[in-house]
Design a protein around this ligand. Structure first.
Ligand code: SAH
Length: 400
């Protein structure tokens, strides 16, 4: 797209610059493309020595893509000597060695040779040859320097306009001090060390929780390596806030429906079995521990609990019935409860051990004394028949 990145409100660079001379260019397209390249890199004075096609030229205009002003101002000459008459310094560009005792430079060095002369107010010309034959020996002889580019020796000849673009680019690069027109926007300032250290502390605390730093003798190296990952990326304040949010979301899970957690479904079942046997699903003493335990269970649902919760919250018949998961009632934790309906739903694993069954019976007795109804759902039933399971729950809620 020719106009992309072009700002029409910006002035063309009118600073002094070398003249581009094209000797007997054959194709209008190449003249237009050369003009475009010149405009891109701050050159504006074009001289044409005997262009082979009619001038002005529509194809040239088309390829110039808006650099018409350069074409309009192009000056025609009958000979190269005429085109160079007012120039105090000329460079001949060529892919071929012309075997002349004349300094040969690359495009960057050419720009360095030109700059002080332009600054001194001299007129400097860069001469380009014909598409097919390049420059004749006597034409090269008029120049003060030969400019050639490092190229594949098996395919050394560039398209005329492409040769212009490289030379013009080096000129502009030098004049603009190699400044790029834009850079990455700095959306958030760099994170200060204090913020980084606070992030490390919280990351390492969470990793500590899952005993990540093992074995102990590797701890220090692991910590340093881990910290360096983040230090290397020179994070912004926003980066650290985001990373911090990610760590907390993974570690604590989102509030709401069963998500996240550290244990997988099977491990979550083992946790329940362990609690059922040793604590009877009941935590002695104060409210604190039972809540913590309930939170732990909420964050680590078994597969059956997770599936049931999802189905339950998506079932229109059960929406708004006030169901919660892993909720403490007194000192007991119930898998699902609706306080408005005073209904407890328990997911019962197969083959419960005797102590676990005993604890369950005690829990039910305690709940019944307090007018809770209890619906038992075997894990297997949830896994194999969710629709029927939901029917049973709807039945127990007294709904339709
Ligand atoms: N066959 C011609 C190349 C013509 S290309 C030859 O042998 O010279 C048209 C013009 O582009 C050349 O005259 C020269 O001005 C420029 N050019 C092409 N390839 C170049 C290169 N490798 N180094 C410098 N200028 C080159």
């Amino acid at each position: 797209m020719p106009g992309a990145g072009t700002d029409k409100t910006k002035l063309w660079r009118a600073e002094p610059a070398p003249v581009v001379v094209l000797v007997e260019p054959q194709l209008g397209e190449n003249i237009g493309a050369a003009a475009r390249a010149m405009a891109n890199f701050g050159l504006s004075r074009l001289r044409l020595v005997k262009p082979r096609q009619r001038w002005p030229n529509d194809k040239a205009r088309m390829m110039a893509a808006g650099a018409d002003r350069i074409l309009d101002d192009a000056v025609l000459f009958d000979s190269l000597t005429g085109a160079l008459a007012d120039c105090s310094f000329a460079l001949a560009t060529t892919a071929r060695a012309h075997d002349q005792a004349k300094r040969v430079v690359g495009a960057a060095e050419a720009a360095r040779d030109i700059a002080p002369r332009i600054e001194a107010g001299e007129t400097v010309a860069i001469v380009f040859g014909r598409e097919r034959n390049g420059l004749e020996n006597d034409e090269v002889a008029l120049a003060d320097r030969i400019v050639t580019l490092p190229v594949n020796p098996a395919f050394a000849s560039l398209n005329l306009a492409q040769a212009v673009v490289i030379v013009a680019y080096e000129w502009f690069k030098l004049k603009s001090g190699d400044q790029l027109p834009f850079s990455m926007p700095q959306k958030s300032p760099s994170a200060p060390k204090q913020q980084l250290l606070a992030f490390f502390a919280s990351l390492e605390r969470e990793l500590e929780q899952v005993e990540f730093f093992r074995p102990p003798d590797k701890r220090e190296t692991m910590q340093i390596n881990l910290r360096n990952i983040f230090t290397r990326m020179q994070p912004t304040q926003q980066d650290i806030q985001t990373l911090h949010g990610v760590i907390m979301a993974i570690a604590q899970g989102r509030k709401g429906p069963a998500r996240g957690g550290v244990l997988d479904g099977e491990e979550a079942e083992m946790l329940r079995a362990l609690l059922a046997e040793h604590g009877g699903g009941r935590v002695p003493n104060e409210r604190g521990p039972v809540r913590g335990l309930a939170r732990l269970l909420r964050r680590n649902p078994t597969d059956a609990e997770r599936a049931l919760w999802q189905a339950l919250t998506n079932d229109r018949r059960l929406a708004g019935r006030g169901f919660k998961r892993q909720t403490p009632i007194g000192q007991h934790i119930c898998d699902f409860v609706s306080f408005p309906l005073r209904l407890v739903i328990e997911v019962v694993p197969p083959d419960e051990s005797a102590p676990a069954a005993k604890a369950r019976a005690d829990k039910y007795a305690w709940l019944k004394e307090r007018n809770y109804r209890i619906l038992e759902l075997p894990t297997r039933a949830i896994e194999t028949g969710m629709a029927e399971t939901l029917e049973r729950i709807v039945g127990a809620t007294g709904g339709d």
